[in-house]
Design a protein around this ligand. Structure first.
Ligand SMILES: NC(=O)c1ccc[n+]([C@@H]2O[C@H](COP(=O)([O-])OP(=O)(O)OC[C@H]3O[C@@H](n4cnc5c(N)ncnc54)[C@H](OP(=O)(O)O)[C@@H]3O)[C@@H](O)[C@H]2O)c1
Length: 301
């Protein structure tokens, strides 16, 4: 009988990518976890062959343990926007519940420890709370060798450029030109890392299939590493409209855009992500930004 992998955030971007790849691969049975088993997305997952089980990371450890029972593997992404400072508490509870439930391999979607990397100059809670969960999980795995853990680290999604729901806006100004307003410094010596988040799926599946090989490892997922000028060049070519870079330094972007994103981009400009760039591309062909735009048309108004 196939082993079960339980996926948190199964109706969302990361978990959804993992579910799709697990179903395509077929090695594991998929248990999709959701807060609402009656939603359209949950019903769709059921129609694809997933077992759909109710689970909220804010549930008690006992309830989460019940939802995970019988699972060989778990994929967890935690949700900054909904959980705020409690993200680490809930993440650690899921880890404890998985251990109790007899899970053997836990894959966590983490982010870098901004406070440590920048010596406290840039502190991004959304990163550091995930890193706190990562450290906790590593420690539990060390103490319990039959409970393996692995980590994936996604940078900004290429999907953030989708103008139907943009994190990075392309605006048409009165002069008729299109401008990309972004706090990615064209002079930064760190290229800006991007991932088509769907590429997370095949990487997580391979990790789950080979726990020995990937146990304790962090795999950074970057399909492309570009300057902001290169981003504009590629966007211009693929949309057929010249797109001019409008660099807004993070301190100003904080006032006009999303202040958390401003801090994240300040981190990317000055420190960048991990430098373990090769492992993910050995597992799967990662989508470049150009390929992403060829597959996913960006509509400009
Ligand atoms: N956007 C980026 O560029 C980027 C880059 C790197 C990392 N991240 C990180 O990615 C995370 C978000 O992941 P995503 O993009 O996959 O999110 P998403 O697409 O917005 O999906 C959110 C998911 O969260 C689930 N969810 C929300 N609250 C929950 C709870 N209390 N218990 C259980 N499930 C809950 C929802 O499922 P139901 O409604 O079905 O329960 C939904 O599937 C954030 O923490 C962010 O920091 C984002």
């Amino acid at each position: 009988m196939s082993k079960i992998v339980s996926v948190f955030g199964a109706t969302g971007s990361q978990g959804g990518a993992v579910v799709n790849s697990l179903l395509k691969d077929g090695t594991f049975k998929v248990r999709a976890l959701t807060r609402n088993t009656q939603s359209q997305s949950a019903k769709h997952l059921k129609s694809l062959g997933c077992e759909v089980v109710k689970c909220d990371v804010t549930d008690s450890k006992k309830e989460i343990e019940q939802a995970l029972r019988g699972s060989y593997g778990v994929f967890l992404v935690t949700f900054s926007a909904f959980l705020f400072e409690k993200e680490a508490i809930y993440g650690k509870t899921v880890v404890d519940a998985a251990l109790e439930a007899g899970v053997q391999h836990f894959v966590f979607s983490s982010l870098p420890n901004s406070k440590k990397i920048t010596s406290g100059k840039i502190v991004i809670e959304e990163f550091d709370l995930k890193y706190e969960i990562e450290e906790y999980l590593r420690d539990i795995s060390k103490k319990n060798p039959s409970f393996k853990s692995s980590f994936v680290i996604p940078p900004f999604y290429m999907q953030n450029f989708d103008q139907a729901n943009p994190l990075f806006t392309i605006r048409k100004n009165k002069d008729g030109n299109y401008y990309l307003e972004i706090a990615v410094d064209p002079k930064s010596k760190h290229p800006f890392d991007l991932i088509d988040i769907n590429d997370m799926g095949p990487v997580v599946v391979e990790i789950l299939k080979d726990p020995k090989k990937y146990s304790n490892l962090s795999i950074f997922l970057n399909g492309d590493a570009l300057s902001s000028e290169q981003i504009c060049e590629i966007l211009s070519k693929e949309t057929g409209k010249p797109i001019i870079l409008q660099y807004i330094p993070p301190k100003e972007y904080e006032k006009v855009g999303n202040p958390i994103v401003a801090k994240m981009l300040d981190f990317c400009n000055n420190y960048g992500f991990d430098d373990n760039f090769t492992l993910a591309s050995k597992i799967t062909k990662l989508t470049s930004f150009k390929e992403y735009l060829q597959k996913n048309t960006i509509h400009l108004k």
